[in-house]
Design a protein around this ligand. Structure first.
Ligand code: PBG
Length: 342
């Protein structure tokens, strides 16, 4: 038959058959997004009955504990399984040794206790990096101009136990220090918290997409150090080089050996290949963090009328799932839950 014959008999393979109607597309769909897959990051601040919008993340707020509990109740009612909590502290409580992180009844453990009292079924994920407490703005302790790996872990081990005592279901080290998963596991077990799970930020990249989060917590590395105290300008000596993919697998192997219950890739959208690679090598669930800058990009473009916020957010979340993420930490979680219920 001539190639320009349009009768169609010479074209038996037609993938469009499975795209013909919504119902046939539903049957052929490979990836599902559900509230089961979504975790909402939440910011807590001191005070009462108040909230402040994060200016670079429209629609995302810092909440006082009472308002945080209301928000968590809403998220639980929407079917979300978990929240990840981050504290916003005033500069007056930040020191080079991040000592406030270990105060037994400060904002953060108090918030965990309030959440577990009000909505016990909702899983609470706590963060053990030092940046919200560190006047140098680093995830670890700065000593002689460098980040001290083991001194940082010593603080984080005690933080993990404090968080578990307050009721945290899952402790998530986001600091990228070497060996912290194993040390945190041992500290939790020694203290009797054998049921507290560890979600490791396994492949956390030194990313510029964290900018709005650092605005939310005022936690960017500080550049106004006294002359005798040299502060590294970036997090490049502990967070991963954005150019590396194989290294994520190496980090994964170490975290699995050390006892991570879940592993995470962060950010998500510029690292979909890393999510895929980690998923292929991991025998525990894989999380991805759709970070503040990814939220800000879509939300800002939508505010300009340039993108459809709902459609782009759902496409991004579906893409992150398709890459291999079992769960996604995302500031779109509440909106996405509404959209999924529509
Ligand atoms: C720090 C931390 C960061 C985020 C979560 N934990 C920022 C950083 O490493 O500077 C970023 C999350 C986001 O951008 O949404 N331990």
């Amino acid at each position: 038959m001539a190639p320009d014959d349009a009768s169609g008999y010479d074209l038996p393979l037609r993938p469009r058959r499975l795209r013909r109607t919504e119902n046939i597309r539903r049957m052929a769909r490979e990836t599902r997004l559900s509230t089961d897959n979504l975790i909402a990051p939440l910011f807590v601040m001191a005070g009462e009955n108040d909230r402040e919008e994060v200016s670079s993340m429209p629609g995302t707020h810092r909440h006082t504990i009472d308002r945080l509990v209301d928000k968590a109740t809403t998220l639980h009612d929407l079917g979300l399984p978990a929240v990840a909590l981050f504290p916003a502290l005033p500069d007056s409580l930040k020191t080079p040794d991040a000592a406030h992180a270990l105060a037994p009844d400060h904002l953060y453990p108090n918030a965990v206790r309030a959440l577990k009292d009000a909505v016990p079924e909702l899983m609470v994920i706590t963060d053990t990096a030092l940046d919200p407490y560190n006047s140098d703005g680093h995830d670890g302790i700065v000593r002689d101009g460098a980040i001290d790996n083991d001194a940082t872990i010593d603080v984080m081990r005690r933080m993990a136990v404090l968080h578990a005592e307050a009721g945290a279901d899952i402790v998530a080290p986001s600091d990228m220090m070497d060996g912290r998963v194993g040390r945190l596991r041992a500290a939790l077990d020694d203290a009797g918290h054998t049921d507290t799970a560890l979600l490791s930020y396994t492949a956390k990249y030194s990313s510029s997409y964290y900018g709005p989060f650092r605005d939310a917590l005022d936690s960017a590395p500080k550049h106004d150090a006294p002359p005798d105290h040299d502060i590294p300008e970036t997090k490049d000596t502990y967070q991963m080089d954005p150019a590396n993919g194989e290294e994520a697998v190496r980090e994964l192997m170490l975290d699995l050996e050390e006892g991570a219950d879940m592993v995470m890739v962060k950010p998500a959208l510029p690292y979909l290949d890393v999510i895929h690679r980690v998923k292929q090598h991991s025998d525990v669930p894989v999380a991805a963090y759709n970070v503040s800058g990814e939220y800000a990009m879509i939300t800002a473009a939508a505010q300009n009328g340039w993108l459809d916020r709902r459609a782009c957010a759902m496409e991004a979340l579906t893409g992150i799932r398709r890459a291999g993420a079992d769960v996604i930490l995302t500031y779109f979680a509440e909106d996405a839950a509404h959209w999924l219920h529509d």
